[in-house]
Design a protein around this ligand. Structure first.
Ligand code: SAM
Length: 294
């Protein structure tokens, strides 16, 4: 081929290179994100892991081809899984995150001055390493002296640590693979035992549109164990349907009784004292899930 033609082909190829990551969010729905570059891919002992640089959301972590977090929208999820419970507890000192390998939850936890220790128990060390390397703005608190990282199964960790934590957050993936047990009644009972007498637990509990078969059962299980159970909402653009649920189980404090005028100023972009209230206002189609027998 003459050099001119070769150059033409190279230019054409550059134009045509149109790479997309596609997550099958439900059996009948997919989300696709244009990929600038694949930064990392590996098969860990637990799952397939990838870090992609995308046009729309910046760097993105996927596990088993499911979007876990992106640098553009991670703040919503990480602020909402942490600050609602931390500002409901009177003085959280010892906090546990189960899962959450990217480190975003831990980054938010250490914004609270009362917190003396944030234990981060993630089953897959490769998620921690990839996040350190490719997602520094999310994993940046991992080396904070108040943070302790444990690479282990969170189910085992709560079984072995009774009456230890003020707040426990379950930052899990969808209920598949090593995370199935993180949605079980026996795990919630172990969490109850791992919390101190006024402890609070919060978990991400999936989509109110697409997980309508899962949420009623989870809510019933949690409210069968914790005296106060509350479900709240946030909007995370990369999760199926965007609208996302979190469920809180509390031994004593009620997030609805918090005096929001006393919530300290935090450096946040989604959570605020007003959002602390507003997130518990549920549309009827979500309220309906809480009275169903799961
Ligand atoms: N925000 C995310 C979402 O909803 O998609 C969750 C992100 S975070 C990366 C989930 C982490 O939980 C994963 O890194 C996974 O390895 C970890 N995980 C799964 N099962 C676990 C278990 N039994 N104990 C501790 N960590 C677990």
């Amino acid at each position: 081929m003459d050099p001119k033609t070769t150059l033409w082909f190279a230019e054409q190829q550059k134009k045509d290179l149109d790479l997309w990551f596609t997550e099958r969010q439900t059996k009948d729905m997919k989300i696709s994100v244009r990929v600038k570059k694949t930064l990392h891919q590996e098969l860990t002992p637990f799952q397939s892991l990838a870090v992609l640089d995308t046009e729309q959301f910046g760097r993105m972590l996927t596990l088993d081809n499911i979007i876990q977090t992106t640098v553009k929208d991670e703040f919503v999820y990480h602020e909402m899984i942490t600050h609602v419970a931390l500002n409901t507890h009177a003085a959280p000192k010892k906090v546990l995150v189960i899962g959450g390998g990217d480190g975003g939850a831990v980054r938010e936890i250490i914004k609270h001055q009362s917190v003396e220790k944030a234990v981060h128990c993630e089953i897959d060390g490769a998620v921690i390493e990839a996040s350190r390397r490719f997602l520094p703005e999310i994993s940046c608190a991992m080396d904070d002296p108040r943070v302790e990282i444990i690479v282990d199964d969170g189910i085992k960790h709560v079984q072995e640590n009774k009456n230890t934590y003020d707040v426990i957050m379950v930052d899990s993936p969808d209920p598949i693979g090593p995370a199935v047990g993180l949605f079980s009644v026996s795990f919630y009972k172990d969490i109850f035992a791992s919390l101190k007498e006024d402890g609070i637990f919060v978990a991400q509990t999936e989509s109110p549109f697409f997980n309508r078969d899962l949420i009623p059962g989870l809510y019933r299980d949690i409210s069968g164990i914790f005296p106060v159970t509350r479900l709240y909402l946030a909007v995370v653009p990369t999760y199926p349907g965007g609208l996302w649920t979190f469920t809180m189980g509390s031994k004593k404090y009620d997030p609805l009784e918090v005096d929001i005028s006393g919530i300290p100023q935090l450096d946040t972009k989604y959570y605020s004292p007003d959002m602390h209230r507003a997130c518990f206002v549920l549309p009827p189609f979500v309220k309906e899930l809480l009275v169903q027998q799961g």
